[in-house]
Design a protein around this ligand. Structure first.
Ligand code: MCN
Ligand code: MO
Length: 742
């Protein structure tokens, strides 16, 4: 069997030999788009002077927002698959028209024969902007004095209360009460491949090559926004060089490219420069302020507070998830049942904020883990002991958390006990203490997480057996670096009992694959994998029927084993390939089976440990990162470990280095000189283990997700390690050298 083995990624040759095809590699005759961007955070667009640009050789058009929005009929909407738009205040988001709401916002579009001309021409476009008062700071925006969207009457896009039990009463009966403020700063997801799109319009049909995680959702959104039937829109996702959640939403730039191609009847393309990519997607700014109550034995009894998440100037598809997913995840794996959390989402005149790896679970985990560590510090208790005291017990599983989330399977205390041992946490702590006695600033930190992943509502899969017996599995999931396609091929190879080399997994073309939800929320292996198992079982059933007809037997008389269909009674046999050939002989309809598998959430969990060293300049380095996770059945340990490493390196970035600086004019620092992303040099030494006695999910794969785990829990573990190294307290990310030295 293939499942459980570290099978090498099936489709990597093209990547390592430079023959992969990203959007910018698509060779079609096309025009190039570039954007004129706002240099103020808020202002009235008075006039766009485009005559000079239009006179330049090679310039085809310069479009204003008014012109583009005649074609962009609908606005970018909320992600109604997951959020109820009713309690929200949502401004119409199209291409800027009349007013600009953030520094860097596209306000005019230049189309030229080549990208260099397009960029030169963009410089020749002058825009008169009359600045308006802007509010670029979330705290100031809360005063509602300066409004980002006057028509909404407020900067609060969402206010909701998440109440469970009686937090007030629990607080007043607690032995101890402590106030907390816990924050994550703004990040820039930074995938290797920036945003990109090619839009081809032939007068009737649109073909769109798009660097995205959600080709099918994009198709339905484009259909709604441009009022074109889905049958006339084909969205193709070529190789995608990473997304980390940020490519699950649509930009006004991308709508403009499509609009221009419709208007001109030509193919138009845009690949974001690195600066544009940095402007395109920011993420993660949130603050929790509140009070906690606990008993002297370390039992957490109450959490009360307010969570503020920044939206930026508009509601992206994905940022709408945060204020409604963070609060119910704050209890995490712990038994606390009395909580009162007011959750608010706030518009500011800044770059719209999107989701980033973990989306809501890193925020919730950072909050609850900082709370656990605070309890430990207040009571001078060990981090492990405090958590042990509070974890949901195995006899309580499946456990319905105070907000109604049903934790499916797991044994949280046992995993902590085992994890601490396997990761040698106490040994490391002792070692660090000795090192500190010798004057070295080293520290060890631990954090626990429980996360929610594997999201539905459904995923599509089709299994097709070709005439030669090779197999195509077309999935609605959209891997873009994770290697999930290889794990799915492993599952299908086991199911069909044929060599994995005979299986090709394909995805990301809205015309070749009728439906799909996409890859995000660490859902793909669980849900698309289970869908692939199901469609493959059905295909095998169809193969059996062909074999039966061919051998003049009842289908019940046919047994399939290791690539052979056996008619036991008669002692006859047919090979997999012979049956496939028969299926395409003209007498049979061929072999294809498709399913739309419904799915629900599943809850992986684990404990991670970081070792940090701080130098005299306050610069912290994560020397080691160790992880012990229960992710259900591990299908491909190498791939799963790779996710722990990648997410762990991003956790180093969030905890120590990454901070998107927005100045008082709402301008983002847009180079990697000002925004430091960790490289291999800053990556720690990793040790990643998976619980051998795992707790399966309800999915056929028995797996739970791991694609986001390390970025969900890593920042809390790393910050705890810095505290251990320095003896100071930090309730935020990133912890900068200035913080450490002050
Ligand atoms: N896996 C496994 N056994 C399990 C669980 C997972 O072998 N029990 C393997 C899978 O085969 C897959 C990987 O681990 O190779 C992650 O699977 P899964 O947890 O199902 O996550 P997804 O495939 O849905 O990937 C999405 C996840 C998310 S949400 C973000 S954000 C993220 C991440 O993946 N973005 C990434 N990892 C990324 N990795 C790369 N290279 N690029 C991104 O943009
Ligand atoms: Mo994600």
């Amino acid at each position: 069997s293939y499942a459980g083995k570290a099978v090498k990624r099936l489709y990597d040759d093209k990547f390592v030999t430079g023959r992969s095809t990203y959007v910018d590699d698509i060779k079609v005759n096309s025009l190039y788009a570039t954007f004129v961007r706002s240099n103020v955070a808020h202002g009235v667009i008075k006039r766009i002077h485009r005559d000079d640009a239009l006179k330049m050789r090679g310039v085809v058009a310069v479009f204003t927002g008014e012109e583009l929005n005649q074609i962009i009929k609908g606005g970018i909407g909320p992600w109604t698959t997951y959020i109820d738009p009713r309690p929200w205040k949502i401004p119409l988001w199209r291409f800027a028209q009349g007013e600009t709401k953030y520094n860097g916002e596209p306000i005019a579009m230049v189309i030229a024969q080549d990208k260099y001309t397009a960029r030169d021409a963009a410089e020749a476009v002058n825009v008169d902007i009359e600045p308006l008062d802007a509010v670029v700071d979330m705290e100031k925006a809360k005063e509602d004095k300066i409004l980002v969207h006057k028509e909404l009457g407020t900067n609060f896009g969402y206010v909701g209360d998440f109440n469970a039990g009686d937090a007030e009463k629990a607080l007043s009966s607690a032995d101890k009460r402590v106030e907390v403020e816990i924050a994550n700063n703004r990040l820039i997801p930074s995938p290797m491949e920036p945003r990109g799109i090619v839009s081809q319009y032939d007068g009737a049909n649109l073909t769109i090559w798009y660097s995205t995680q959600i080709p099918h959702f994009a198709r339905s959104e484009f259909s709604r926004i441009f009022n074109i039937p889905e049958s006339r829109i084909r969205v193709i996702m070529p190789d995608v060089g990473g997304g980390f959640g940020s490519k699950a939403h649509i930009l006004p730039e991308e709508l403009a490219v499509i609009a221009a191609s419709i208007r001109l009847g030509r193919t138009v393309r845009w690949t974001a420069t690195r600066t544009e990519e940095m402007i395109a997607t920011n993420s993660r700014h949130n603050v929790f302020r509140g009070e906690i109550g606990f008993k002297n034995d370390g039992t957490l009894v109450a959490i009360k507070g307010t969570l503020d998440v920044e939206l930026g100037a508009y509601l992206t598809y994905t940022e709408g998830l945060q204020p409604t997913i963070i609060p119910p995840m704050i209890p995490g794996p712990y038994r606390v049942r009395d909580l009162a959390i007011r959750s608010r989402a706030i518009y500011t005149n800044t770059i719209p904020i999107t989701m980033y790896r973990g989306a809501s679970r890193p925020e919730a985990t950072f909050i609850i883990e900082r709370i656990m560590s605070t309890v430990a510090d207040e009571l001078k208790m060990d981090d492990v002991e405090v958590r042990m005291r509070n974890l949901v017990r195995e006899d309580q599983m499946p456990y319905t958390n105070p907000f109604g989330l049903k934790y499916d399977t797991g044994d949280y205390p046992t995993l902590l006990k085992e994890g601490v041992k396997v990761l040698e946490y106490h040994k490391l702590k002792e070692w660090a203490e000795n090192e500190r006695k010798r004057g070295k600033k080293v520290g060890v930190g631990l954090a626990y997480y429980l996360e929610i992943c594997g999201f539905g509502p459904y995923e599509y899969s089709e299994t097709r057996v070709n005439e030669d017996g090779s197999v195509i599995v077309a999935i609605g999931g959209t891997p873009h670096g994770q290697g999930t396609e290889t794990a799915i091929a492993q599952l299908v190879a086991d199911e069909l009992q044929i060599p994995i080399e005979r299986i090709k997994v394909t995805w990301g073309d809205s015309e070749a694959i009728p439906a799909g939800t996409g890859t995000y929320g660490s859902r793909t292996l669980a849900i698309a994998g289970s869908a692939a198992i199901t469609s493959s079982r059905q295909a095998l059933e169809k193969m059996k029927r062909v074999a039966a007809r061919s051998m003049k037997a009842d289908v019940e008389e046919i047994e399939y084993r290791n690539g052979e269909f056996v008619h036991k009674k008669e002692g006859k046999k047919m090979s997999w390939d012979a049956v496939a050939r028969e299926a395409y002989s003209g007498k049979e309809p061929g072999i294809s089976a498709s399913v739309m598998l419904e799915g629900d959430v599943t809850f992986p969990y684990g404990v991670h440990v970081a070792v940090v060293e701080v130098d005299d300049y306050g610069i912290a380095r994560v020397k080691e990162y160790r992880a012990y996770d229960d992710i259900g059945r591990v299908i491909n340990p190498a791939l799963a470990e790779g996710q722990v490493h990648g997410g762990g390196t991003q956790a180093v970035g969030q905890a120590l280095y990454e901070l998107a600086i927005i100045n008082e004019n709402g301008q983002l620092a847009v180079t990697y000189a000002d925004y430091f992303v960790p490289t291999a040099v800053e990556a720690p030494k990793f040790k990643s283990y998976f619980a051998e006695k795992y707790h399966p999910s309800n999915y056929l794969t028995k797996s739970k997700g791991v694609g986001e785990a390390s970025l969900i829990v890593g920042p809390a573990a790393i910050v705890r390690a810095i505290e251990n190294a320095t003896g100071k307290r930090f309730n935020k990310t990133p912890v900068t050298p200035e913080d450490i030295l002050s």
